[in-house]
Design a protein around this ligand. Structure first.
Ligand SMILES: [Zn+2]
Length: 259
């Protein structure tokens, strides 16, 4: 796109006196050094050029356009701006021009908004695209760790019977915690497993209740009750009364491990 084409819409707005701010300044600077655009501006300041432009954009309703053209055709060009006999018709012509100019301004503004909307949509589209990929990756990781149909295999040295095992993945500065367990014994009636985060100092912090499935697998993902940024010294699992309270370990220890 040449500089002149780029200024085409601006010229029309400039001619109408509605171009503002940086665009006005930029065009004014260009006009200083470009006689072509200055001529174009002079032409645009004539009524006939405005009419020509208004008929190249999206078409106004045929009836109002025809009415406008009729009014202009009947009116001697010279008398348009001067109040003399026939002033009533002059006013009508001026009103018609106001409508045409208004429509032209709206058309140009709409075309611009369209272009910037399109740009915004495009960049939004690419952001969404990369976020969708990240989300999909995150979902696959969590699914693999925790989906009921996921195969969970515990590898142990030969001749050792599979023991209850838990693994905690903890991202302290984001309060991210994924805990997966397997080979858990089925729950006795009215009992539930509870995960604890034990800080170096202070009381154990409740990190979620869980029940194993029929194969003894269980998981806890990002327990909402976990406070932000807590340092973990140990994770532990206890067997607690299902009815609670669950704010402190009261039941029997099942497993634990240092972080
Ligand atoms: Zn130019």
């Amino acid at each position: 796109m040449s500089a002149h084409e780029q200024y085409a819409d601006d010229l029309a707005l400039y001619a109408l006196g509605v171009l503002e701010g940086a665009e006005r300044a930029s065009l004014a600077k260009h006009l200083d050094g470009c006689s072509g655009c200055r001529q174009e501006l002079e032409a645009l300041r004539g009524d006939s050029a405005l009419l020509a432009m208004s008929s190249t954009g999206p078409k106004p309703p045929q009836r109002s356009r025809q009415r406008l053209l009729n009014a202009i055709a009947k009116e001697p060009r010279r008398s348009a701006a001067v109040a003399e006999p026939g002033w009533r018709f002059n006013l009508w012509a001026l009103f018609g021009w106001a409508a045409a100019v208004g429509m032209l301004v709206v058309v140009i503004q709409l075309r611009r908004q369209n272009a910037s909307l399109q740009q915004a949509m495009n960049s939004l589209g690419s952001v969404l695209g990369s976020q969708t990929i990240e989300l999909e990756n995150a979902r696959r990781i969590v699914d693999t760790l925790t989906a009921p149909e996921a195969q969970t295999v515990t590898l142990v040295t030969a001749k050792t019977p599979p023991q209850p095992q838990g693994k905690a993945f903890y991202l302290r500065n984001r309060s991210g915690l994924v805990f997966v367990a397997n080979n858990l014994a089925p729950l006795p009636p009215d009992k539930i497993y509870e995960l604890w985060l034990i800080p170096p100092n202070g009381k154990p912090i409740a990190a979620g209740l869980f029940k194993p499935d029929a194969k003894g697998n269980a998981s806890v993902i990002n327990p909402p009750e976990l406070p932000a940024g807590v340092e973990a010294k140990t994770f532990a699992v206890t067997l607690e009364p299902a009815s609670g309270p669950h704010d402190a370990p009261r039941g029997t220890g099942v497993m634990q491990g240092g972080a």
